[in-house]
Design a protein around this ligand. Sequence first.
Ligand SMILES: Cc1cc2nc3c(=O)[nH]c(=O)nc-3n(C[C@H](O)[C@H](O)[C@H](O)COP(=O)(O)OP(=O)(O)OC[C@H]3O[C@@H](n4cnc5c(N)ncnc54)[C@H](O)[C@@H]3O)c2cc1C
Length: 573
Amino acid sequence: MNATHDPEASENHSSSEVDVLVVGAGITGIYQLYRARECGFSVLLLETGRGVGGTWFWNRYPGARFDSESYTYGYLFSRELFEEWEWQEHFAPQPETERYLNHVVDRFDLRRHIRFGARVTSAEYEERSGAWRVRAADGSESRARFVIAATGVLSVPYTPEVPGVEDFRGEMYHTGLWPAEPVDFYGKRVAIIGTSSSGVQVVPAIIDQVASLTIYQRTANWCTPLNNAPITAEEQTRLRLDFEELRETLNTSVHGFHHPPHDRAAFEDSDDERQRFYETMWNSPGFTKLTSNYSDLLSNPEANAEWCAFIAGKIRAIVDDPETAERLIPKNQRFGEKRPPFIAGYYEAFNRENVSLVDLRETPISRITATGIETTEGKQDFDLIVWATGFDFGTGALARMGIQGRGRLRLTDYWADGPRTFLGVQAHGFPNLFFPGGPHAAAGNNPRYNGDQVDFIIDLLVHARAHGYDVIEVTERSEERWTNMVNRGADSPLSFGESSYYFGTNIPGKPRRYLLNSGGRPKLFSVIADVVANDYDAFSLSQVSASTEASESTEASESTEASEATEAAGATS
Ligand SMILES: Cc1cc2nc3c(=O)[nH]c(=O)nc-3n(C[C@H](O)[C@H](O)[C@H](O)COP(=O)(O)OP(=O)(O)OC[C@H]3O[C@@H](n4cnc5c(N)ncnc54)[C@H](O)[C@@H]3O)c2cc1C
């Protein structure tokens, strides 16, 4: 790659010259680090947090656990790793996943390449050298040929702007920024704001400790049982015996799950058969209700409505108070148009004397006071407030990294009207910058999708190195075609709902743009195959001469000093 870069140089963390700088130590960044090391690149990984795990480092709230089966979420690149790690439950809780990711980092000797407590605040492309200059909040500065931002789609917690928040004198936590030390709920009057995937996990986990629990719901969601269970000894043996088959399924399936799709459309079955099938679905694990439901669940409104009616019936049967049950049943929302939450004991919680539901559509919060929450209906006092209000999905972390590409073009300006990418891995005008697991990517079982992107990026870097290229930039045309494909798919009548975070509409002022890849994994596979077969012609690959690089290095440090001066004067990026 770069003859002056010794692959071992990055082993000393004070080194600031590497081939590849990875940002983010979640499941994607760790894999990216592993693959880049495996291919002989010098690598440094910068991570804001003080530990490994990304999502599973930050989301320590009570009840946090997988909705993907543990063994389908973990890495598949090493059979030995798969065999030696025994997941205890089909859907592992957060501490187990954090332990697993730490185990991977140590087992493959990756920790020495990671600098924790290093939030990247700026990444500037040096036009003439083709390298990136990266600065972090810990004061460090690095220079890298390639920057790979594995910064996550759900890594920037969002708290709505509610007047008076700073006045509250009790304890307050966001599920996505949960403290490492345990939070004591015992005997406290607790409020939870938000009833999506995280909020519905917290409720049953704390219910036995609190004096009272008030749940503030903005949007009711179609919640169905997770149906978790310990993994038995026989299942452990079976998993190991079937590893190759499982890996093949996960590496090729549409959603990255191992659940086989159903081969029948809803109305091919009789009324009785459908009701029996819905009961089977209700009792099946996790995402099966989406991936293995009737084949026309998402394309036939009548099929979707019938499945929703079945779930509504379940809610009415579980929740004693009919008014509460009705509030918990989504109105005008198809199953699957939002990310479905999975539950264990959530609806049952509403039968407790000390649990109540506030519907924020009827009585919105007007302010937080020193002692509690005031809605249009009145005020309630609390000792502790939990914000389970989600994330700035898709683009949030990249938008906060101070990225400037060619001609000092800011990524935030380039994406002012929504992300433009190719394969969800690169944007035109930002050569040598990649972002696996970013916008236009993840849907379904995340590590599988993100892993596809990591593998693609590494193959591309190796290809460029083999041919003596050190600048990789997606062509405008390739980017346009991919972005149009994403936007067209999202416009189809049966695509996702208006208020889904998939469109970024949970964040005030964010343009409504589809943030996933609407072509799904099959589209990703087919375009990657095409690109590779055509010698990566979707990218412009070029070379930077060593002499220009040297002069640019001086120029860049001058420009960095200049921009530091601007920043010190109060300018923001
Ligand atoms: C509570 C919760 C449960 C989930 N459950 C599932 C599930 O069951 N199945 C599933 O498939 N997906 C699930 N997800 C989605 C989950 O985000 C992905 O599965 C996965 O964690 C993505 O990994 P990642 O490495 O791409 O990103 P992350 O895990 O988000 O890691 C990104 C890392 O980048 C760091 N970072 C960001 N910006 C910077 C910066 N400027 N400088 C330095 N570091 C930075 C962050 O601190 C973070 O550690 C869940 C998400 C949440 C929040």
